[in-house]
Design a protein around this ligand. Structure first.
Ligand code: OOG
Ligand code: MG
Length: 254
């Protein structure tokens, strides 16, 4: 099968909220080709009028790698269609088998067009916020290989960002929680994200540069979940809290 055909199948699965079988092993494509498939599927979204709003990192914490059985850092693309308003509402019927995870989000102040170091971060990032990422693998049973998940734009489907606040010099020891109807379902610490969530920006700058992409001013970066993800439930308020940075929430209806 052509890589563009795989992209079409995954794009269609997302649009219809219907799962498909994993394809990487059968089709035998490489990780590099998986990113090409991802790029084709984003191209389809752009042709439908969606705008790229940022990037996400995946598997930046052990908790996530162990939960999904995949052990390498991955990146995907976010679009305006995936945005969920803070305090907003979403409908479970638009998803296949959605999960929520608590994250740190960064706002890009100056376009990142090269690989940057941790020391250079303050020149590019001045605001951050607590976020909830909604992931919804297009594969049956939420099971995939590294190539499969990359081709599927790293399960991206939604993100909800709290109030932007000035970044702190050190963000490597902040508690972070995910709550369903005020009840704690996942709790962790930002240290779990590559020992320091700013490191996610460093890694993305390297990967984006390798892929010939810029991370534009005004775009956002999701650093990757600090904890395992939780299956979303209908008629539930999903909330995340990050120490010193406040909270963010949305409601899930049927
Ligand atoms: C892949 C996406 C991983 C994260 O924060 O680690 C991710 C998945 O688990 O389906 O978003
Ligand atoms: Mg995530």
């Amino acid at each position: 099968m052509k890589l563009t055909s795989v992209a079409q199948i995954l794009d269609q699965a997302a649009k219809e909220a219907k799962p498909v079988s994993q394809m990487a092993e059968v089709e035998g494509y490489t990780l590099k080709e998986a990113y090409q498939i991802q790029s084709y599927s984003i191209q389809q979204r752009i042709e439908r009028g969606e705008k790229i709003t940022g990037f996400k990192l995946g598997f930046t914490s052990k908790a996530k790698m162990e939960q999904m059985g995949v052990h390498d850092l991955i990146w995907g693309v976010l679009t305006d269609q995936m945005k969920i308003e803070d305090g907003g509402e979403i409908s479970m019927s638009n998803y296949i088998h959605p999960r929520a995870e608590p994250e740190v989000a960064f706002l890009v102040e100056n376009t990142i067009d090269k690989e940057i170091s941790l020391a250079e971060i303050p020149n590019y990032i001045c605001k951050m916020a607590v976020a909830i990422e909604v992931i919804d693998s297009r594969y049956e049973n939420f099971k995939f290989s590294l190539e499969d998940v990359v081709a599927d734009n790293c399960s991206s489907i939604g993100y909800c960002i709290g109030k932007w606040k000035d970044t702190a010099d050190s963000i490597q020891d902040l508690s972070i929680q995910l709550k369903f109807d005020e009840e704690l379902v996942q709790g962790g610490n930002t240290k779990a994200v590559l020992e320091n969530p700013y490191q996610s920006v460093v890694e993305l700058s390297r990967l984006a540069t390798e892929a010939g992409l810029k991370i534009e001013k005004g775009q956002i970066i999701l650093a990757g979940a600090a904890t395992a993800a939780e299956w979303m439930k209908k008629d539930t308020k999903i909330q995340a809290h990050l120490q010193d940075f406040g909270e963010v929430s949305f409601k899930v209806k049927a």
